[in-house]
Design a protein around this ligand. Sequence first.
Ligand code: ATP
Ligand code: MG
Length: 399
Amino acid sequence: MNQKSSTKIRCVDLWKVFGSNPERVVDQWATFDQNITKTELLDKTGCVVGVRDASLNIAEGEIFVLMGLSGSGKSTLLRCVNRLYEPTYGKVFIDDQEVTSLSFQELRNLRSKKTGMVFQHFALLPHRRVIENVGYGLEIQGVGKAKRESKAMESLELVGLKGWEKSYPHELSGGMQQRVGLARALATDPEILLMDEAFSALDPLIRRQMQDEFINLIKVVKKTIVFVTHDLQEAMRLANRIAVMKFGAIQQIAAPSEIVLHPKTDYVAEFVQDLPKVKFVTAKDIMETPDKWMVKPEYSITEMTNKMDQEGIWYAFLVDKNQNIKGVVDYRMLTNGNGDKNLKAEKLISEFPNERSDTFLEKLVSLAAKSTIPIAVTDKQNRINGVISRERLLDTLST
Ligand SMILES: Nc1ncnc2c1ncn2[C@@H]1O[C@H](COP(=O)(O)OP(=O)(O)OP(=O)(O)O)[C@@H](O)[C@H]1O
Ligand SMILES: [Mg+2]
């Protein structure tokens, strides 16, 4: 995601209720028992709630994942974005355009130019060759054959299917068919990809491979993605942010590590409880601000040990005015001296664990097992961003 990101998709107070007179359910919802079940609601109103009062902002270039159990409303919410389902209440915006107030013609235009869809079952046309399947969206747009084919070839190349353009869908494996589906969505060069369980029909191994390729692909083509999955691991791997849904409502929207570390409801907590935290939490999620851990080159030894006494720390990083770490000082070495007033070079430890902010907990733990010195977290210019002590790591692991 870009540093300075603008909102691409916005849903405001969105509801989708299926059944007759669905507006009534929206109007009366506040008067219902808030723990009402689907079946009770159906008995009472004859309606089914697909999406309930959902509001969200998706940033340009973001991979936004909708996650939840079967029937929680993921597909319904996704389909409301380009009005494949007509929302019962609320508004949807793409860029600054209010999708929910577009005419039929404008909507068709938006769907064919701005959004592309990828589904679980690849929905390829069986009697058309791969290249014709991929060019299908362009054909609908009225693009001529030569242009269609060159665009289709480009997007086949993007998904690694160059050489298969003349094949028929049935000649391809599931994973390859899914790539064709993706290539088809990419061929019209939409700004937004709406993906519903796109990888769910694939074998676990192929699925992971597709996820990795997809992450790389998205870095190149720069799309805004709304990705539906009921698979938490997949959500954690792909998402910049995840929305967890239950019975049509959004329970929490947060970055993957935030969901694991700070689930907002019992439902979300239960969802993530079995996840291996070490694989999803990163250094930046748990690091402390570095100030407490820093001493300056101009400090005398007494000033250094005083600060370390105050902070209750055994090690400190010697940091210059550019925020670069020059080495580590050990309280015991400093106090066990021969009355030196200033730091001697031989008392500066030059080897210490040093990681970037996106290092996973798994690696941090193994580093902490090898060194008692806290882990320094630095940026590309080698400036200190944070520090992770062993205590901090143990706290994180135990909660
Ligand atoms: N066309 C429809 N007509 C009536 N009810 C529907 C329709 N589509 C969805 N629903 C209902 O809306 C609720 C949400 O369904 P939705 O398909 O969005 O769930 P989901 O989270 O995508 O589930 P899954 O993981 O099984 O795909 C469910 O109770 C479902 O039965
Ligand atoms: Mg679904």
